[in-house]
Design a protein around this ligand. Sequence first.
Ligand SMILES: Cc1ncc(C[n+]2csc(CCOP(=O)(O)OP(=O)(O)O)c2C)c(N)n1
Length: 733
Amino acid sequence: MRTEPDILEEQFFDAVHHKRFPTAGPTSTKDIGCSNALLAQLFDSQLISRHLDYRSRLMQKSGQSFYTIGSAGHEGNAAIAAALRVDDMAFLHYRDGAFMVQRAHMAGQDTIIQDMLLSFAASSHDPISGGRHKVLGSKKLYIPPQTSTIASHLPKAVGAAVSIGLNKRLKRSGALKEDAIIVCSFGDASLNHSTAQGAINAASQMGYQKMHTPVLFVCEDNHIGISTPTPSGWVAASLQSKPGLRYFYCDGRNLLDVFRVAHEAAAFVRSTRLPAVLHMRCVRLMGHAGSDVQSTYLSPAQIEATNAQDPLLYSAGLMIANRLADEAEVAARYRAIATQIEEEAERAAATPKITDINTLVAPIIPPKRAPSKQHITPTKLVALEKKNLEKPMHMARLINFALHDIMEQYPNAILAGEDIGTKGGVYGVTNKLKATHGAHRVIDTLLDEQTILGLAIGMGHNGLLPIPEIQFLAYLHNAEDQLRGEAATLSFFSNGQYTNPMVVRIAGLAYQRGFGGHFHNDNSIAVLRDLPGVIVACPSSGREAVAMLRESVRLADEEQRVVVFIEPIALYPVRDLHEEGDGLWACSYHDASSQPAIGLGEVATHGMGRDLAIVTYGNGTYLSLQAQKTLKDVHDIDARIIDLRWLHPLPIESMRNAIKGCRHVLVVDECRRSGSPSEALIAALVETERDLVSARLCAEDTFIPLGNASRLPLPSKESIVEHARALLADASS
Ligand SMILES: Cc1ncc(C[n+]2csc(CCOP(=O)(O)OP(=O)(O)O)c2C)c(N)n1
């Protein structure tokens, strides 16, 4: 049976034989500013990309390759690459093989065919992912690899664009040059995704305000998303309606048209530093991927009409019309590339694969790098708050003070979030930071959490140290893929070459009295606990928060880690522990600053009681310390409290050491029973500490209601005392 590649190849040779080439738009290089040599190079890039697609299917059939999504029909994007510089960072659609090949040609990188085949073969020699995925990506070519989640790369492309102007203002040099631009491509169906819409809206709003956002979006419109047609005219209507976003259109079947318009679009973005979108018409050949049978949703006539628009036919016509080759030479070039790729594929298939788990997981933890912290004594906070540095403060204020110093010590640190600037955040945690460090370093973002996290990822690509804020934990969820699918995975899929250093500050957890209800009292961190490589920190007091925030920023800066820093909202204003006025939960910034550093995985132990160990964190630490006193005073039970501080990865070893000498362990967990850290803690205890008697007290599986009822699902001082006594009683009976 004839395969789809067979049909397209026959069509190609038939067109060459009969000298019948379709045309659309310009036919001469002269009118375009494209040299003949460049046109020939672009044609080569297209042919290479196409033959890689054909080869990928053959390799898959013989078990040498896996994923066959290809670029056939989109090869006009080679001319987009040609209109850009190699150091214009590119966040690419999965159909941009020809872009990648062309960029390699421009960079003089002659290993691109082998590199891409190594990726197809999941070879451990694959230079971008080390055999972890078939991705388009290259450090040298400024192409970070993308995931399969369509549209999730757009927010970070906007972030990278914003970072260029920021570095300039900060007089820093990052990975990108001052006059670089960002290109970000995606399909027509993906345009409808809320992530794409959010990012385009963000760029559009910035463009509307004439803020520097040098991003060129490219919508590669093949009129279909897997099997669902895009309504005729929709892409143009949608993209033309965005204020502040300049619209360009080109016909992707014709290399010269693409080059002409892409050149104009790139020049616009480069010179104005404003965003634009290039809408490229193209076709999708051979279905969505190798496994897709187009005939189940397209008629034979539709498939034939699409095949007839194969861009290789148009390009062959351009080569001949511009006297760069005759028919025989075009056919010979086509065959020569096919042969070269066949030979190189055999070599790629024979290379080693990842065979051990340690190699596989190694890049989940990114490589270390030189610190950007300046070892200076910060002066700005002292000037601003001189009188208050020695006074006992609550957590919100202490975090604010710590942020002031961090901003001074890390000149590349950028805060970004909703209402964090002029207002100083909902709880005043970012008070006066904007006035002190400038609006470009303390950014009041638009209201879109995906944009906030995308900004952070993009800034991280350009040497900045982002500290984004999510206003409340409940509002992380509509953007969590930016952490789960993007930030957490990048080091893995790029074998540690691209990273997303950041500290995401999130006000979260329950017990707060101010705002009520679930949305301001979200007590679930389950979505963060299974993200490989991501660190989750949760301080229980202002004193702890200062040291832990510093360690979190160090981890992001020196170890390139993604750190989520959960600030327990309810503890923000708390000063007292046992009784009003005792001031035991307050601390002066001076004292908090002079305590020893708190390293990742270090737990805190309060008391050395041997009757019972209570393992807890956040609000649970605060309540357990109250319970500890009652247990001692009223029931003569000597408990020790272990504050975990770090909730992912859980500090199991440190916890084991901290409970030594206690036979009874109560885990007090303010998160919902299902998915809460206590599940893993109990499992770890049961697995290894056979003589222990353990139990857990956690929040019920419900959402938090308003008013006094908000306490019903949560552990309290009283319930901790009760469970502690019951555990000891059970054990002795
Ligand atoms: C968020 C998400 N939802 C669904 C998918 C599955 N999927 C992969 S490609 C695709 C269609 C994309 O179509 P389009 O944007 O037009 O790009 P094309 O493949 O046509 O180039 C879908 C639904 C996905 N990868 N990501």
